[in-house]
Design a protein around this ligand. Structure first.
Ligand SMILES: [Zn+2]
Length: 406
């Protein structure tokens, strides 16, 4: 996160405890103070103090719990109060930006998808700041108290300092101080994360890997990358690292990649590369049903499902390439589940078995035997990934403490 000094030791404990209590109330509420004390393993006096501060700040509220048949006064439970607290969630994708105002429960208040051309006279940073300003102007009637901003994007990112070293598609971007510039401009903390890491967090918090201990999530889209949940936690959370499978070389003589190397997995398995390959093969095939219709991911998936050999071959080829890199990761992390997030999930009957076969052929049988390959719950659209960053900052206590201090 950008724009916050490091808390001292006592403050750190207070922050962690407050985060744990908020998380319990958010996930289990209505929940009583006695249950909170037991579940958080904190003394009742500590719970009373933390809860009082949250009540005064209007971050939680009391609710009478009706207990069937119990006599005396009704028990009081606590639930989170989220509607008056907003944050802005941004996502930059190839040629477009999604901007959404959400409340602290994650509910969308208003959202927009705007064009963000890959090339323009004005630098990308300035364009983003103008778009954020204009969004606030358009929707100021709906805006409650702004708590923070979350931004997810593809690229090589220093998440601690909010610096985007480089991005795919936006080739002019070099060392863009996106986090600091927006924090200074808006006066709220800015959480910035690679979109695949953030999406992995979103699936773990709200989606298909909720509650799972060990998961590898792979995204095959304009970018190729992965996130790893190991022992219930996102690997590299809070650091600037990413599990960069997309930039693992699979073809030493392959195309040059924006990261500086050649033949990265991303240059073979990104949707652009896949469509390029399909187009080349079409030039050599007279029989494919893909002739005479626009070549898109959707038409490719449809043709594959209808048995078109060329389309099937292209998609299972992608699965084999991705599976080869995944096999190495399976041997490292021994996950129960592989999640795949991709527009190619439209042909998951072909893609998933290709991935699974490739893993089984190349990973340790004892590890690969029980793995399931499943689809992500969310798609690579909208701003759910940013919502995970804000939720995580509330649960870790870092954002929560700022809101408690007013
Ligand atoms: Zn690369």
């Amino acid at each position: 996160m950008v724009a916050e000094s490091q808390p001292g030791h006592i403050d750190q404990i207070k922050q962690t405890n407050a985060g744990v209590v908020y998380r319990l109330i958010d996930q289990l509420g209505p929940v009583s103070r006695i249950d909170l004390s037991r579940l958080a393993q904190l003394a009742p006096a500590s719970i009373t103090k933390i809860v009082r501060e949250m009540l005064e700040a209007h971050l939680v509220q009391e609710l009478e719990i009706k207990e069937g048949g119990s006599r005396g006064r009704p028990a009081v439970g606590l639930i989170v109060e989220t509607e008056a607290w907003h944050y802005l969630s941004l996502r930059i994708s190839r040629g477009e930006i999604f901007i959404a105002l959400r409340d602290l429960s994650g509910k969308e208040v208003v959202k927009e998808c705007l064009a963000l051309p890959l090339y323009a006279e004005t630098p990308l940073l300035e364009r983003i700041i103008v778009m954020v300003d204009e969004f606030f102007t358009r929707h100021q009637q709906k805006l409650e108290r702004l708590t923070s901003m979350a931004i997810t994007l593809p690229g090589i990112i220093d998440t601690v300092n909010g610096i985007v070293h480089s991005m795919p598609f936006y080739e002019d971007v070099k060392e863009m101080p996106l986090g600091r510039a927006l924090a200074q401009h808006t006066g709220v903390p800015v959480y910035i994360q690679h979109d695949i890491s953030a999406w992995t967090m979103a699936e773990a918090l709200f989606g298909a890997s909720r509650g799972a201990r060990d998961v590898i999530q792979v995204v095959i889209d304009h970018n190729v990358g992965s996130g790893v949940i190991t022992d219930g936690r996102l690997l590299h959370a809070g650091s600037s690292s990413l599990v960069e499978i997309g930039h693992t070389q699979v073809d030493p003589y392959g195309k040059r990649c924006y990261c500086g190397n050649h033949g990265c997995l991303e240059t073979i398995a990104s949707v652009e590369s896949i469509l390029e390959l399909a187009q080349r093969r079409l030039g050599q095939s007279m029989t494919s049903t893909l002739h005479g219709q626009p070549l898109t991911v959707d038409s490719l998936c449809r043709a594959a499902l209808q048995g078109d050999l060329l389309a099937r071959d292209v998609i299972s080829g992608v699965g084999a390439h991705v599976g080869r890199i995944l096999a190495i990761m399976v041997n490292l992390f021994n996950p129960q589940k592989i999640l795949i997030g991709s527009p190619l999930n439209g042909a998951e009957e072909i893609l998933f078995p290709a991935v699974a076969d490739s893993i089984r052929q190349q990973a340790l049988p004892a590890y690969s035997r029980h793995i399931t390959v499943e689809r992500t719950q969310f798609s690579n659209e909208g701003t759910m990934a940013g919502a995970a960053l804000v939720k995580d900052a509330m649960y870790s206590g870092s954002l929560l403490i700022r809101l408690l201090q007013g």
